[in-house]
Design a protein around this ligand. Structure first.
Ligand code: C5P
Length: 297
């Protein structure tokens, strides 16, 4: 049996530009991997048998058939590396919110690539896994990589971002989910014509470990479309700001809202204020940056 731990992500910057011929948007995004993990176990199974089960957060809502990115990840690795007798039994314990804008589905795909690479002794390199990950989803390569990174193109061309210090994030989970393609469609409808340039103030703040500067420079071009689709999130953002968050932002395509603090004590105050708001389903706390998907036993 192989056990892999894979983090969630937040985007301190998500700058969205024009679409390409396939309808994908050009991105300039900073990712940070957070200490909110899904746990994946992969066990041997007879050739051609791929099974998947979920436990935990939102487990009941997830498909477990071939449409799930986790199964697709296992089959893609087997096909790309000629593992003829491949089979596996996957169990995913979810803590990353489902349809929350924290890349839960992509995290599981990244984790399965790492787990099956080990289980079947494939010997695929990190670069090989990156290429396969990019075929599965725009966030998968980053979740293999971890840390803090700048993503360009579709978000899959990555370079590490020099980062100092620890960033304390409070995450307000929503009662409803938002679908990423729907939020991008709303972005297109609003036609705001944004640039993919990540603010220099954000990169400087990360390099200096200046959490207040990072908080002030957080940017998400998908926030406006997400707020149009789920207006109650405005209240969530306001509550976290009033409780002293140094920055407040919709995470990715939402609806999770992410709040930045410079200490665990300040983050606890933000969490306390959000926990009593009926618009919030649950609150999680996490810190970043942490490593990408890795084998833990
Ligand atoms: O790549 P991924 O499957 O994570 O993307 C989900 C959806 O988000 C895509 O089908 C597309 O509608 C939208 N998307 C986009 N431009 C990107 C990344 C995602 O329009 N760079």
């Amino acid at each position: 049996m192989v056990r892999v731990r894979v983090p969630a992500k937040v985007n301190p910057a998500l700058c969205v530009g024009a679409t390409d011929s396939q309808g994908y948007h050009a991105l300039g995004t900073v990712f940070q991997a957070l200490s909110l993990y899904d746990d994946i176990t992969a066990e041997p199974a007879p050739p051609g048998v791929f099974t998947l089960a979920f436990r935990g957060e939102g487990a009941a809502f997830l498909p477990t058939d071939d449409t799930n990115l986790a199964i697709r990840a296992a089959k893609l690795l087997a096909a790309a590396h000629g593992v003829d007798d491949a089979g596996c039994k996957l169990l995913i314990r979810k803590r990353i919110p489902v349809a929350g804008g924290m890349a839960g589905g992509s995290a599981d795909a990244a984790g399965v690539l790492v787990a099956c690479n080990e289980l079947w002794q494939v010997g695929a390199s990190p670069e090989d896994l990156h290429v396969l990950g990019a075929q599965l989803g725009s966030d998968v390569p980053f979740l293999l990589h971890g840390g803090t990174a700048l993503g360009t193109g579709r978000g899959i061309e990555l370079e590490p971002v020099p980062t100092r210090g620890t960033y304390h994030w409070t995450l307000a989970l929503s009662h409803v989910g938002l679908s990423t393609p729907t939020v991008f469609k709303e972005f297109d409808r609003l036609d705001a014509g944004h640039s993919t340039e990540v603010p220099q103030a954000l990169l400087d703040g990360l390099a200096a470990g200046d959490v207040a500067a990072v908080g002030a420079a957080l940017v998400n071009h998908l926030e406006e479309p997400a707020l149009r689709l789920a207006p109650a999130l405005q209240n969530t953002l306001a509550i976290g700001r009033e409780a002293g968050a140094l920055g407040a932002i919709v995470s990715g395509s939402g609806p999770t809202c992410a709040f930045l603090s410079d200490s665990a004590a300040s983050a606890a105050l933000v969490a306390e204020a959000l926990e009593v708001f009926s618009g919030v389903r649950a609150v999680r706390r996490a810190h970043g940056p942490v490593s990408g998907a890795e084998v833990v036993e």
